[in-house]
Design a protein around this ligand. Structure first.
Ligand code: UDP
Length: 482
């Protein structure tokens, strides 16, 4: 297969079925499509609207290929096609990941039939490298995490520094890093540190293997944000990687931003903006823990107590619409007392629009990388409340390297929240106050605004991410040019 100058490069994007993976992969595909690449996204019937809506907003068009998702085969309810629906228990989440692995055959059939030039597949599909190789199609990998997290993950796996401390709370240093970064064993998944093999450990090893074998890594980040770790990843760890973010900035119009994630927001963009427009700059706290995290009721009660005690206005998003509607768990009279001061929303909100609004002054976040980078792009300081995945690493980047956040004090890596993990209202209040009116507030806001500006410039013509995407596309074309 070779390309003539006028031929379009065809790249297929295959995101894992979770909002935190599909949203940035769609933005990434959009960026490629805007540079004249033919982009196809693979998804499943229930996730189709997330991608279809993007085609309605005037973006460069992206083709959508639909695979059947085998939920029933692994005992998942029919229609369970998004990790968010399966996060009720570890067992259900594992079943979901198994079902996603069964997409392999459909991917092979599709690649054989359509013969794209490249495949960009999610890290959750380590087998995609082998699949694509069958048809001589190079595979790139998309993790959706920062360079800093990539480096931390690798150094922990290779050097196992957690072995040199005697308790789960003792800090250990990440070896060879440009900054002194410490973590504790309780901030890393337990299974990863066990001597014996576990499902999680096996999965991580396979992901690592596929990352080393594939063509390269696409990273949603920008050079100026974490220059030491871009260099560390590429030069010290010898990885081929390109930074092309923040990819969310490909959404320019109000409609673009409002429809991200499917556009079925519980509070639409107009209501949200109307509410925010009535507030003073930097006066509102926005609380949202991404698309997967489900807090137990005692934790929600602590958040409610903190918000009531604090004098700031707030937008608080709860994943579960039923919990948001049912007031029984809230302190008696909470909704009445916070009327006019706060919005409690169940379901989905247009996050980028809220973060970009001048009234928003702080973001209480679980440190999912998309949320973190969206806050950085909007110049908003954060209260960091990591829960699982690589979120504890992102917390370190935000607080210790970028210095634009305050930790709430979350201590333990847990995919499913339980009573021992509850953070008390006093700690929540303290962390929020520290961001809104602490000694460091102004300095933090200045640093955050600086990063916002750098993020904007990185995506402009001749900015660092713009150039890296250019060089990636050129390299991909060269691969097929005789
Ligand atoms: N998001 C949103 N509205 C919501 C909740 C989440 O638009 O109500 C978006 C958010 O902007 C981000 C993504 O969903 O792009 C969540 O990704 P992240 O990596 O932050 O967390 P995850 O959901 O993967 O834990």
């Amino acid at each position: 297969m070779s390309l003539k100058p006028k031929d379009k490069l065809h790249i297929v994007f295959f995101p894992f079925m979770a909002h935190g993976h599909m949203i940035p992969m769609l933005d990434t595909a959009t960026l490629f499509a805007a540079r004249g690449i033919k982009a196809t996204i693979i998804t499943t019937p229930r996730n189709f609207p997330i991608f279809a809506r993007a085609n309605e907003t005037g973006h460069p068009s992206i083709e959508i290929e639909v695979f059947r998702f085998p939920s029933l085969e692994n005992g998942l309810p029919e229609g369970c096609e998004n990790l968010g629906q399966a996060m009720k228990s570890i067992e259900m989440a594992e079943k979901f990941i198994k079902s996603a692995a069964m997409l392999r055959q459909q991917l092979e059939q599709y690649l054989e039939k359509s013969r794209p030039h490249f495949l960009v597949a999610d890290m959750f599909f380590p087998w995609a490298t082998e699949c694509a190789a069958k048809f001589n199609i190079p595979r790139l990998i998309f993790h959706g995490i920062s360079f800093f997290a990539h480096c931390t993950k690798d150094m922990i796996m290779v050097y196992q520094p957690y072995k040199h401390v005697s308790s789960d709370e003792d800090p250990f240093v990440i070896p060879y890093f440009p900054n002194e970064i410490t973590l504790t064993r309780s901030q890393i998944p337990e299974d990863l540190m066990k001597h014996e093999q576990s499902e999680l450990k096996k999965r991580h090893e396979k992901i690592q293997e596929s990352e080393l074998q594939c063509y390269g890594v696409i990273v949603n980040s920008f050079y100026e944000l974490e220059p030491d770790y871009v260099d560390f990843f590429k030069k010290k760890l010898g990885r081929r990687a390109w930074h092309i973010g923040p990819v969310s900035s490909c959404n320019k119009s109000l409609k673009d931003k409002a429809q991200r994630g499917g556009g079925e927001a519980s509070m639409n963009e107009h209501e949200c903006l109307k509410w925010l427009n009535l507030r003073k700059p930097n006066s509102v706290i926005y609380i949202c823990f991404g698309s997967l995290a489900n807090f137990i009721v005692p934790q929600l009660q602590e958040i409610a107590k903190a918000l009531e005690a604090l004098e700031y206005d707030f937008i608080w998003v709860l994943r579960d619409d039923r919990i948001a509607k049912n007031e029984e768990w809230l302190p008696l009279g909470f909704k009445k007392r916070t009327q006019g001061k706060g919005l409690l929303i169940g379901g989905w909100v247009p996050q980028v629009l809220i973060l970009e609004h001048e009234a928003t002054g702080a973001f209480v976040t679980h440190c999912g990388w998309n949320s973190t980078l969206e806050a950085i792009s909007a110049g908003i300081p954060m209260v960091t409340w990591p829960l699982f995945a690589e979120q504890f690493y992102n917390e370190k980047l935000v607080n210790h390297i970028l210095k634009i956040g305050t930790p709430v004090g979350a201590k333990k890596w847990k995919a499913v929240h339980s009573i021992e993990d509850v953070v008390e209202h006093n700690d929540i209040e303290k962390a929020i106050k520290n961001i809104m009116e602490g000694d460091e507030t102004q300095a933090m806001r200045n640093r955050a605004k600086n990063l916002k500006e750098m993020a904007r410039k990185a995506m402009e013509e001749d900015g660092s991410s713009y150039r890296d995407l250019c060089s990636l596309i050129n390299e991909l074309r060269d691969h097929y040019t005789p």
